[in-house]
Structures are given as structure tokens and as C-alpha cells.
Write a protein that binds this ligand. Sequence first.
Ligand SMILES: C[S@@+](CC[C@H](N)C(=O)[O-])C[C@H]1O[C@@H](n2cnc3c(N)ncnc32)[C@H](O)[C@@H]1O
Length: 402
Amino acid sequence: MGYAVEFGAGDGRFSCYGKYARYVGYEVDAERVGQRQLPANARLMNACAFSVNEADADVCIGNPPYVRNQDLPEGWRETVGPTLKARVGVQISGLANAWQYFFFQALASTRDDGLVALIIPYEWVSRPSSKPLREYIKSKGWSVDVYRLPDSAFGRVLTTSSITVVDKAGIGRWRYFDTDEVTQEFVAAKTASLGNRKVLDYSKARSRKAVAKRGLSPGTQKVFVLTEGERVRLGLRRDRDVVPAITTLRTIDVNDASLTNEYFERNYVLAGMRCWLLRIDRDPSRELSLYLNSVPVAARNTATCNGRDVWWKFAMPESPDVLVSVGFRGQAPKCLKNEIGAKAVGGVSGIYCSSKKATNKVVAGLRSAKLKGRLVSYSTGLLKLEINQLNGLLDEILDEEN
Ligand SMILES: C[S@@+](CC[C@H](N)C(=O)[O-])C[C@H]1O[C@@H](n2cnc3c(N)ncnc32)[C@H](O)[C@@H]1O
């Protein structure tokens, strides 16, 4: 029975449960405050969570707002960031989502032996942008329990949620819990989940034998990557006007295939896939110029195209040795050895290798990778490798060689 606070409390519904001596919730939305009849010992304040300097709460609970860093109101980060830095001494990442600020505020507002229990994205245990938060908690020696919620819990947000509990009186122990599919009860995470150590590391491409780079984002694939039918209709010639490009590996079975001319022709060209990237690394031919001039403004009205001096002029990437799909289901990402100099576009990343030996090793290593449980899955069951995680994986694959 102690003092509980909540930041971003909505209508104060959490105060209707549990036992406490006193509860104070802070909520900026005036409409929500007063919407609900609260217990006599609970009070809801219509105030910003960062306008107060609480420091003696026994417990801080909450379900902080999920607002991506690029959607935060202008000036918000610049005001709240320094306030928190002064309180906890940590510079919050410019990529941080709003809930991270609430997490720091919760940690700062509780007593030295207090508890913080928040509903936040599960990925905080692994994302680089949450590293300052993890480091801060580790440096204090607090204990952390992370309960992974079933993916359906918050269907509206495309991310897996957790109830994360930080025990400031703890001994620096981190534990993870999953929801049992049958009983729906929490069970200690063994192998299926993302344990502390098993999280796939992010790497700054240490290995010089292979480096992964993101696929080209030309602006809009509809305009820049053509199907065979479109190419022929427009009178564009292979090699002179377009080069092979791979935008997806989804539809193909890649078990031991390499991207040869024959494979490309059958699975991409004749299959009607977008597979011809415009060749803009030299002066466009008459036909290509005609095409570029005929593209309606509305069709190329993207931030990428609008940000260029000449809307269609992108830097042509090198051709990678291996093409790999960064989104995948199952254990391993699909990959193809690139024998025709195709470009990697969109969700297909390119891996650049220093030798044929490294290329073969990378392909074999990627295909036999077991990544389920080492990556945070999206609620759709899709796994996604960030480029630096892919580089971390390459380090693992190539290190074995030594
Ligand atoms: C995800 S809702 C949670 C509400 C409630 N706890 C619940 O579970 O229903 C987050 C709340 O934070 C509030 N909020 C956003 N920014 C805030 C701020 N700077 N200070 C206080 N509340 C804020 C939003 O208005 C919203 O009601």
C-alpha cells in the first residue's frame, strides 16, 4: 500500500484496480480527465507528464503513448529531452519513440526501492535506439522482468507488446516471460524467445569479408522498376536502358538456386515481375527520355523524387554478390547468389563479398541460419532483419571460418 503515479493516464482506469494508499495520474487530454468516476484516494491531473518532478512514488504504472519519433510534435523532443537529461543524466536517442521518454520519467519519479510497470513494445530489449535505456537500467543494477504479450493484445500497433517491470530494489537480474499458447499464462522464456544473450547483435559491419547494404529505394518502384511487358511497350532496350533488378524473393523457391540468366528469365522476366531498373547512370537514350518525360507528376510525387534536383536521377548502386530478402518467415532469410550483376532494390538487400569463397560461405550460412527466437517478430509473424543485424549475422557466419 503506497503511493502510485501514472503518466499518460487517459481516463484513469488503472486506478480502479489494485490496492494503494494514494494514486495520482497525469493526462494532457482534458477531455479524458473527468470521464470516469475514480476511487476516493485517486486523483487525475490535467497536466503534462513532464511538467512535474515526482521522485518519491512507490510505484509508477502506465501504458504510455506510442508515437514514432518522426510523428512527435515539433519542439516536443527539444523540450522534454533536456528536462529528462537533467533528471537522469542520459541523452535520449533522436530515434526514440515517445514511450521511451515516459519510461525515463517513470524511473526518475520512483523511490530508490520503487517499482516501475509499463506496457511498452517488446523490442525495447533489442533495438539500438533503446540502448541508452537498457544501459541506464543496467548501470543502476536494477532487476527487470519482461512479459511478452500475445501478438493479438494490441492489434492496432504493428509491434509486439510487453509488460515490463523494473524493480529498483532488485539485484540486476533480467528475466523474460512468454505467454503459453495453450494456457495463456506466463512461462519463463527458454529457447523460443529472445533471451538476454541470444538477441541477434547489431553490428557496424566489422567483417571486411562481407558487408550488407540496404536495397536501393529509387523513389517509387512503379516508375523505376519495370516489368518485361512495360519495357517492350516503351521500346526500352535491355542493357542500354534497363538492368536486371530484384525487388522480392517472395515468390521463388531458392533452396540451392543461383541467379543465372536462365533463372532470371524464367522467374522474373517471364513471370511478369518488376525486374528492370532504369539505367540512369549515363545519358538516357531517346526512348528512355521519352518515357521519363511522360511520367505524370502524380506518379512520382514521393519525398525521394521531390528531394532530388532532377526527380529521376538516383545514384546507381554497385551489383552485390548475394541478394537477400530482409523480411521472411521461418528460420532463415531467402538469398540468391547473384551471377548476373542484378541490383538489389527495396526489401532485397545486397551483400558485397571480398572473394568467391566468402560469397559461398555467406550463402550457405544464411540458408542454414536459425533466427526464429533471435529476432523480434512483427505481429503478422514476419521476421525482419535490420541491416546492422544482417551485418552481425555475417560476422557470425564468417567468424566460424577462423
Ligand atoms: C495509450 S494511452 C493510455 C491511457 C490509459 N492508461 C489506458 O490504458 O487506457 C496514453 C495516454 O497518454 C496521454 N499523453 C500523451 N502525451 C502526454 C503527456 N505529455 N503528458 C500526459 N499525458 C500524455 C494521451 O493523451 C493518452 O491518453
